[in-house]
Write a protein that binds this ligand. Structure first.
Ligand SMILES: NC(=O)c1ccc[n+]([C@@H]2O[C@H](COP(=O)([O-])OP(=O)(O)OC[C@H]3O[C@@H](n4cnc5c(N)ncnc54)[C@H](OP(=O)(O)O)[C@@H]3O)[C@@H](O)[C@H]2O)c1
Length: 260
């Protein structure tokens, strides 16, 4: 699929909020790319900058991998929001250094900051795009009104909101992205709760797939704009997640899953 005009990616990406600068993480990053994953989602806040540093160290010489990062949120445990131009600037400079690049493929505003007018945060990102430090701008955990306000100032190519089989309060944002040519990146794609285990038992047998693979296949069928980013450090799970691209859910099974 395309993100904006210039980025082309496979429709299963990799979430990296547990990635650190060690060999287990490096192996997971290398394995994901070997399996065909070429969209990596990280953030300045993840593991206090180690996620970005590990990605920079492991993948900065790998061609055709799109790295998306985010600014505007401080590291755990507080995950405090600060989307002031000062904090965005500080985090962007750290991201460029950690990712070992002079320009970030896709930069998300991690959160809209209630203390900072959206215009100020977006104005800063627009300026960074003009300066060449970021190539594309995205938004995370936003409403349609916020997307529209931001789009008046700068091209927005992707939205990253929480969404999965059983967390669907952003349904209208998914549809908006599909209609307007924005990628929709669902975070926590595997944080679903299954109540009807009978349905999943039947589907597991029918598609020879795990519940997680079925949930990813459901997301992929939900909208052509959908770009799930399951996070995994397991070689087997990485393989299964990529293989979910091969599952072709019937309309009837998609509908049954939609109503659980
Ligand atoms: N924009 C935002 O505000 C925001 C917020 C939260 C997260 N995110 C992004 O979204 C990404 C995804 O979220 P997440 O990683 O927290 O949650 P997730 O992808 O929904 O789930 C990850 C969990 O599922 C397991 N898993 C992965 N593949 C599996 C499979 N095939 N079968 C069974 N278990 C599997 C992982 O463990 P194993 O390691 O054992 O596979 C891990 O425990 C994050 O990594 C981050 O990049 C963004």
């Amino acid at each position: 699929m395309k993100i904006g005009k210039d980025l082309t990616v496979n429709r299963i990406g990799l979430g990296t909020n547990r990635i650190v600068d060690d060999e287990v993480s490096a192996q997971a990053l290398r394995k994901a790319v070997e399996l065909g994953v070429n969209f990596i989602d990280t953030a300045a806040a993840y593991t206090g900058g180690s996620s970005e540093a590990a990605i920079g160290k492991t993948l900065s010489n790998t061609k055709n991998v799109v790295i998306a990062t985010k600014g505007g949120m401080l590291p755990p445990p507080d995950w405090a929001v600060d989307s002031s131009p000062e904090m965005l600037s500080k985090q962007l400079e750290a991201s460029l250094k950690n990712l070992r690049t002079s320009s970030i493929d896709l930069y998300f505003l991690h959160r809209v900051d209630p203390k900072v007018p959206l215009k100020e945060s977006i104005g800063f990102l627009k300026q960074m795009k003009e300066d060449g430090k970021i190539k594309n701008v995205g938004l995370s955990e936003v409403t349609i009104d916020q997307i529209e306000e931001a789009r008046k100032m700068v091209d927005i190519v992707a939205v990253e909101n929480e969404y999965n089989l059983t967390t669907k309060h952003h349904d209208s944002v998914v549809d908006y992205c599909g209609k307007n040519g924005l990628a929709f990146v669902p975070f926590f794609p595997l944080h679903f709760q299954i109540k009807d285990s009978g349905l999943f038992e039947r589907l597991r047998n029918r598609y020879q797939a795990t519940d997680q693979q079925l949930a990813l296949a459901w997301l992929l069928k939900r909208s052509p704009a959908m770009l799930p980013i399951p996070g995994s450090l397991s070689m087997e799970h990485l393989r299964q997640n990529v293989n979910s691209l091969k599952i072709d859910l019937s309309e009837a099974d998609f509908d049954s899953m939609s109503s659980i």
